[in-house]
Design a protein around this ligand. Structure first.
Ligand code: ACM
Length: 547
């Protein structure tokens, strides 16, 4: 029963068990009421027990659950004690109590992850145990690309529940890209009217001859976003929105052609992109474009308030893979380079990013972007998502910036999980469950002070070849469980990690994922309906470079 994932810092098993009964109460002390509400709802629906509100801490008797703050602990640290006095979870903050409540749910067994009782006569027990626990990293994230394939709002809420079950605390939402704009902006309605759907979609890698001729689209209304942010906050998850500039912007240009380099291409004839790759149609580096995106970001700041979670001040502005060929050919862009006294197009990109760095900082917010944004220097508060290996993150940490380590070689979950021919639409290098388990977010070349700049890590789920929730589940699980343990648990250096022990605990965890309805990749390989025979991928042989 104590096959916990992610592994806690310490678990001491006792002899005996707490039995939840019709008399059991949940007592949530001051400051933990929100967690109490979550726990009561989750346990009430699955056990059918009334789990009434306790009035006094001792009211919980021997079969109750107490929740309490203990200011001597860190914000996400908790201690869970299950003994003859019942279950007591004490956390440094409500977030710590919430993480402890997730441990309690795992201790109750896999059926605790269902949404209604499957048997009325069963007993619910928590083994006597003392768990002491705290996270290794503050930022434990998942990036969902809802732009390439839209994930409807319910799917996002479901992913927040899945993240909570794994003690993850940052959802990075990739809201805009060439293939779709997914957030309502009242000031610019065409961003979603035009930009949120495409007429058809390439099936598989861009070299594939196949098309899905159904229109694809969807977006979150502003109230959908508010609901997602609030639902995340109840689970002590911060949502970091990404508005990707100045590349990855064809959907915005299709909606507002003046945003593109209209002196080089006929931007009025551009549509939302229907295939994959790095797109040359980037934003025009003009003051008009800056004003437009300030308008977008003003609404984004309202929708994602800074006080919704510890990482809510962050706004991700992308900054990756901006091809410069149109800027080289554009008189407007060249004039801008001249006016600003810049040496070249790379410096122009820095100017563009730097503008939003200062703009966000002036509003009490922090910019985060892909590691390309380092080229040219950043304001002190800006942070970097290191995706092209570790090097961007190392350079950022040395320059005094905070870093989220998410190197593609380790934690890009669009990459295939096995070398076998049955992997659906295989992309990139083979990255197995064990590979992710052996990922180390802090490279050894960093000094202690530099290493402290590594806020944490996240897995990135790019959805070009994931057309629906089942495909996202398949690529994301079980590897997200390994990432969660890397991010939360105090694991030894990669070579010394007990992967066999993790796999043993995973056999219990698969039962939890089953109860949650997650369409993970089974250890034995894809089920027949998880395969995509005949759809071209782009597997790359051999180990990833620059490890
Ligand atoms: C990225 O994968 N282009 C951040």
């Amino acid at each position: 029963m104590t096959e916990l994932i992610p592994a806690p810092r310490s678990v001491v098993a006792g002899q005996g068990e707490v039995r939840l009964t019709a008399h059991s109460r949940i007592h949530a002390e001051h400051g933990t009421e929100g967690v109490g509400h979550w726990l009561r709802t989750a346990l009430w629906q699955v056990t059918g027990l009334p789990l009434r509100e306790g009035r006094e801490p001792d009211d919980t008797d021997e079969d109750g659950i107490g929740l309490r703050l203990d200011p001597a602990r860190g914000p996400e640290e908790y201690r869970l004690v299950s003994d003859r006095h019942g279950v007591l979870i004490e956390g440094g903050g409500a977030a710590g109590v919430f993480r402890g409540a997730q441990t309690l749910r795992q201790l109750l067994g896999p059926d605790a992850f269902r949404r209604a009782p499957v048997r009325r006569d069963r007993t619910w027990t928590v083994p006597y145990v003392t768990v002491e626990d705290s996270p290794r990293f503050r930022w434990r994230g998942l990036m969902l690309d809802v732009a390439r394939h839209f994930m409807p709002k319910d799917g996002v809420l479901r992913y927040l529940d899945l993240m909570a079950a794994h003690k993850l605390n940052v959802l990075h939402l990739h809201l805009t890209d060439d293939q779709g704009w997914r957030v309502e902006i009242r000031r610019y309605p065409k961003l979603t009217e035009t930009g949120s759907w495409r007429a058809r979609t390439k099936i598989g890698h861009r070299a594939s001859p196949l098309w899905d001729d159904r229109p694809h689209g969807g977006h979150y209304t502003q109230d959908d976003i508010r609901e997602i942010v609030a639902y995340a906050a109840e689970r002590h998850i911060s949502v970091v929105p990404e508005i990707d500039v100045p590349g990855h912007s064809q959907a915005a240009i299709a909606a507002y052609p003046e945003l593109g380099n209209s002196d080089v291409v006929d931007t009025a004839s551009l549509t939302v992109w229907d295939t994959w790759g790095i797109n040359p149609n980037v934003l025009a580096p003009t003051d008009t474009t800056l004003r437009f995106y300030e308008g977008v970001l003003e609404e984004v700041l309202e929708l994602f308030p800074a006080d919704a979670g510890p990482f809510s001040p962050f706004v991700h502005i992308g900054g990756d893979e901006c091809l410069k060929e149109q800027w080289r050919a554009s008189d407007t862009a060249q004039k801008q380079i001249g006016n600003l006294g810049l040496p070249d197009e790379e410096a122009l990109q820095s100017w563009f990013i730097g503008h939003f760095d200062q703009w966000l900082a002036a509003r009490g917010r922090r910019l985060i972007g892909w590691d390309e944004i380092l080229e040219g220097g950043l304001a002190p508060g800006a942070a970097v998502s290191s995706w092209r290996g570790y090097s961007g993150g190392v350079a950022a940490a040395r320059a005094g910036h905070d870093v989220v380590m998410c190197p593609q070689q380790w934690v890009y979950l669009d990459y295939r999980q096995d070398a076998g021919p049955e992997e659906p639409v295989p992309i990139g290098y083979v990255r197995t469950l064990e590979d992710v388990y052996r990922f180390e977010p802090v490279p050894s070349e960093l000094t202690g002070e530099e290493a402290a700049r590594v806020l944490g890590t996240q897995a990135n789920v790019w959805t070009e070849v994931m057309e629906d929730q089942e495909r996202v589940d398949y690529q994301t699980f079980p590897r997200l469980a390994a990432l969660a343990e890397v991010a939360w648990s105090d694991l030894p250096a990669p070579a010394g990690r007990d992967f066999a022990g993790f796999e043993r605990r995973m056999s219990a965890h698969y039962r939890r994922l089953d109860a949650l309805g997650v369409a993970y990749r089974p250890p034995t390989g894809p089920l027949p309906w998880q395969r995509r025979p005949g759809v071209l991928g782009r597997p790359i042989d051999g180990p990833p470079p620059n490890l």
